[in-house]
Write a protein that binds this ligand. Structure first.
Ligand code: ATP
Length: 400
């Protein structure tokens, strides 16, 4: 129907990019990107109208996002027939607009399109040998200036290569090394680098991606303080273990895993060094302050738990130490202390203590004649503490 709609307005419509790649790879992918050879924004408006969805356009880029009633998101772009501006003089070739659109993409395997127009529905458009590359399991850029144009593609190459088990083609590998040697990354804005790092952290195997980045000296190219050291690797390996452990508990909400990997990559940095990294990656003042505070809270809480263990405090004290900590902080604490009883204490908190609920409310206290005020919080806290102390025995030796 999306294609028929294009036909009514006289424009060819294609589904492009990752969706088509994943279709050939038989990987599930629900991100639909459409390209219209015509007015993409008008097309999106019509698509939204017909399906009863919403749409939001970016007229400057001639793109739009349609949200269908079931929540499905469809990105719509316009294929334009402008000449592509190259940083250096390459022969300009007259290209059809879809070919031009695909030529702007990062890798051959992402430069595929599928016709949606009724008369050619399902025809694959492959100008750059993507099907062959998918068969050979290789990632190749479309031209030799690809990384000059956009160095973030280097990180994308590693991400896709790890995700699909594709090798990076010989020429593409040389271009990456050349780009790193010529410090292309220095020019790149912190927000774009951070965006790509976050995508890496959200992959299934972030650590192997980071190792590949290290092999290409890419982390140090972003900033020397980000280089992967053996001690960072050890922490990141534990981060991976802890995340996998937590996933298997199926407790909602799940943590923001990127934050744990980011903390791991910043292991060993003092606050000033951390501030340098936060600036390099364009963190807002607030974001940076939150991260600094979280790192401090993790350190203080670890100290608190060691003290608690030393003076054999009650379980409720453990609960109150960990309760203010964001989930990401608690999990990172586990990853940082893999062979300590501390890890067991934090896991006890996450799996049991923090789910303890008490039935007493402020209204009950009112009914008992307790005067409203700050005492309420104190009393309720003591009720929670008493409930927890009645609930759990949690010295390390008893957890074995
Ligand atoms: P994922 O499965 O991670 O979402 P994807 O291939 O769908 O992968 P997106 O980042 O959603 O990737 O981008 C959609 C498409 O846009 C890609 O398939 C690629 O063709 C193109 N693209 C994205 N980023 C770039 C880039 N930096 N340079 C060139 N083309 C890009």
């Amino acid at each position: 129907q999306a294609g028929e709609l294009g036909q009514q307005t006289g424009h060819a419509v294609y589904v492009v990019g990752g969706f088509v790649r994943d279709l050939l790879l038989k990987h599930p992918n629900f991100d639909v990107d459409l390209v219209v050879e015509g007015d993409g924004v008008a097309y999106a408006a019509e698509l939204a109208r017909i399906y009863g969805g919403r749409y939001k356009s970016h007229p400057k880029f001639k793109t739009a996002v349609v949200i269908l009633p079931d929540g499905q998101r469809v990105d719509v772009a316009t294929a334009r027939l402008e000449y592509y501006e190259y940083p250096a003089a390459l022969p300009t070739v007259e290209l059809s607009s879809i070919k031009m659109d695909l030529y702007r993409r990062d890798f051959t395997v992402n430069a595929l399109a599928l016709h949606l127009s009724p008369e050619r529905f399902g025809d694959l458009v492959d100008f750059f040998g993507a099907q062959r590359d998918i068969k050979d399991r290789v990632l190749r850029v479309l031209h030799s200036l690809s990384f000059v144009e956009d160095p973030t593609r280097i990180v994308r190459a590693i991400r896709f290569s790890e995700r699909f088990g594709f090798r990076i083609g010989g020429q593409t590998d040389r271009l990456i090394k050349n780009a790193v040697r010529h410090s292309f990354f220095h020019k790149l804005s912190g927000s774009r680098v951070m965006h790509e790092l976050r995508l890496i952290f959200e992959e299934k195997t972030p650590l192997s991606c980071l190792r590949r980045m290290q092999d290409y000296k890419l982390l140090a190219a972003i900033h020397p303080l980000l280089a992967l050291t053996p001690s960072k690797e050890a922490v990141l390996l534990e981060v991976e273990n802890v995340i996998n452990w937590y996933r298997l508990l199926y407790i909602e909400p799940q943590p923001q895993v990127w934050m744990l990997y980011f903390l791991g990559l910043c292991t060993g940095l003092d606050p000033e060094q951390f501030a340098i990294i936060a600036r390099r990656l364009n963190f807002s003042k607030r974001q940076a302050a939150e991260m600094v505070a979280l790192r401090q809270q993790i350190r203080d809480t670890a100290q608190g738990i060691f003290n608690w263990e030393y003076h054999k405090g009650p379980p409720s004290e453990l609960y109150f130490l960990l309760e203010p900590m964001p989930l990401e902080g608690a999990l990172y604490l586990m990853a940082r202390n893999p062979r300590e009883p501390l890890q067991k204490y934090v896991s006890l908190h996450l799996t049991t203590l923090r789910h303890k609920r008490v039935e007493v409310t402020g209204n009950d206290l009112k009914a008992l004649g307790v005067e409203a005020g700050p005492r309420y919080a104190d009393i309720l806290r003591r009720v929670v503490g008493a409930a927890i102390d009645g609930l759990a025995v949690c010295r390390a030796e008893q957890l074995e």
